[in-house]
Design a protein around this ligand. Structure first.
Ligand SMILES: *[C@@H]1O[C@H](CO)[C@@H](O)[C@H](O)[C@H]1NC(C)=O
Length: 156
C-alpha cells in the first residue's frame, strides 16, 4: 500500500526541488516575427501582453506587465542579458526605481500587491534575421529577485 504512494511522493519532491517549468507564452506571431517568453522565476509566472504585434504601419504598441510582488520594491534594478548565437551575452543594467527617483508608478509598491504597469512602446524594428534570447530580471534593494523572464525573439 505504502509503495503505491512512492512514485507520487517522488514526483512531488522532484517538482519542489527542481522548481517548476512555467509554460511558454506566445505574445506575437507574424510571418516575420515571433515573440514569446517563459518565466525564469522558480516561484511565479508573469503576465505580459501587447495590444497588437508591431509592424511597419502600426509601430506604437501598448504593452502590459503584471505579476504579484513577493517583496516590497523601494528600489528596482533591471538586468538584461542578450544572447545571440554562441557569443558572450551582452549585458545591460538600468535603475528603474530609487526611494527619491520614482520613474514608474509601481515604484514603492509593497509585498503582496499586484504590479500592473502599462508601457507604451514605439517599436522601430529593423533587426537582422535570426533568433535572439534575452534574460530579463528585476531585482530589489535587498537583492531579491522580483521577476525573471526569458524572452525569445525570432525575426524571419
Ligand atoms: C533562461 O535563460 C538562462 C540563460 O540562457 C538559462 O540558463 C535558463 O535555464 C533559462 N530558464 C528557462 C526557464 O528557460
Amino acid at each position: 500500500m505504502a509503495l503505491s504512494f512512492l512514485p507520487l511522493a517522488m514526483f512531488l519532491l522532484r517538482t519542489v526541488t527542481e522548481g517548476v517549468q512555467w509554460p511558454e507564452h506566445v505574445v506575437c506571431t507574424l510571418p516575420h516575427l515571433r515573440l514569446s517568453y517563459v518565466s525564469c522565476d522558480p516561484l511565479q509566472d508573469i503576465g505580459f501582453t501587447l495590444d497588437h504585434c508591431p509592424d511597419l504601419f502600426r509601430r506604437k504598441v501598448h504593452s502590459k506587465v503584471s505579476f504579484l510582488l513577493r517583496h516590497s520594491i523601494e528600489e528596482v534594478y533591471l538586468s538584461v542579458d542578450l544572447f545571440v548565437g554562441n557569443a558572450e551575452p551582452v549585458h545591460y543594467d538600468e535603475t528603474l526605481c530609487l526611494p527619491h527617483i520614482q520613474r514608474f508608478t509601481f515604484c514603492g509598491q509593497k509585498k503582496g500587491e499586484l504590479l500592473n504597469q502599462d508601457w507604451p512602446l514605439d517599436v522601430k524594428l529593423a533587426p537582422p534575421k535570426g533568433h535572439f534570447i534575452a534574460q530579463i530580471r528585476l531585482i530589489n534593494q535587498d537583492a531579491d529577485q522580483i521577476a525573471c523572464a526569458n524572452v525569445t525573439f525570432i525575426f524571419g
